[in-house]
Write a protein that binds this ligand. Structure first.
Ligand SMILES: [Zn+2]
Length: 264
């Protein structure tokens, strides 16, 4: 009699479960699967957006083999004009032109970011191009890049000056105020990771005078890798090991920036 009652109770209980839910086994499987992955079902959509494969990084290797001194507006609708693009400085020790060094380092960065799962677009992949600074910004706008990294090297009359610098669009410039916050957050993350890798960084500087910033509608960070006018730093920037360390630290900074969901 006891056995019979137990059997009836089990049959009734199973019936209630099957009728009460549409497909309990599938639902149970789904929840268990999400729990196993450590994902709360409510957070799943955010985590999917965080997949680096969905993010596009545009890299702009600064300058080109031959400068173009013809003029373009320094900002959309501006009457102030600046030369379209210059060939840049060259190394005091290596004699290597900046446009060449920038492309070398940018190619290293491209491979690192692609290895991390990002989509990468380059404004140029050869030195013999003619693409103005405004055109480079427009290229990134049209691709709706999630972040633009511009790669440059500094030069000064003072040969003792060393260190990298990070430039971002100005907060108070009407053309760039909307992209300031994301650019600044990414710059802070890049700065932190460069310093962590042992790279000398002089700081983050806002610039309202750069055509390549003023035309940008997407967040952008420009890294001046170091000084071509300093003998040791010029040599160092051409070393494949140093280029790899520097570019890895920039990529790590970008990764940490996107790792924070509020930046998506
Ligand atoms: Zn430059």
């Amino acid at each position: 009699m006891k056995k019979y009652r137990l059997l009836v109770t089990i049959i009734i209980a199973m019936g209630i479960i099957i009728i009460g839910t549409t497909n309990p086994i599938t639902n149970l499987y789904k929840s268990t699967n999400l729990i196993n992955k450590g994902i709360n079902p409510k957070e799943q959509s955010n985590n999917e957006k965080n997949n680096p494969k969905d993010l596009l990084i545009c890299i702009d290797p600064g300058h080109q083999e031959k400068g173009d001194r013809s003029l373009e507006p320094a900002a959309p609708g501006s009457s102030q004009t600046k030369a379209k693009v210059s060939s840049g400085a060259s190394g005091v020790a290596t004699k290597k032109p900046e446009y060449m060094l920038n492309l070398e380092a940018s190619t290293v960065l491209k491979h690192i970011l692609e290895g991390m799962g990002y989509r990468v677009a380059m404004t140029r992949e050869t030195n013999d191009v003619n693409i103005s600074n405004a055109q480079r910004a427009i290229m990134a706008n049209e691709k709706n890049a999630d972040m633009v990294i511009r790669v440059h090297a500094d030069s000064l009359d003072n040969s003792s000056k060393t260190g990298a610098s990070i430039l971002i669009p100005s907060k108070d410039n009407k053309h760039t105020s909307r992209i300031y916050e994301k650019s600044n957050n990414c710059a802070k993350s890049v700065d932190e990771h460069m310093k962590k890798a042992g790279i000398e960084v002089n700081g983050i500087f806002e610039r309202g005078d750069l055509t390549g910033f003023n035309w940008s509608k997407v967040p952008v960070v420009l890294v001046e890798m170091g000084f071509l006018s300093n003998y040791n730093e010029d040599y160092m920037m051409s070393s494949p090991q140093y280029q790899r360390k520097l570019m890895q630290s920039i990529a790590d900074g970008v990764e940490a920036y996107f790792g924070n969901n509020s930046n998506l």
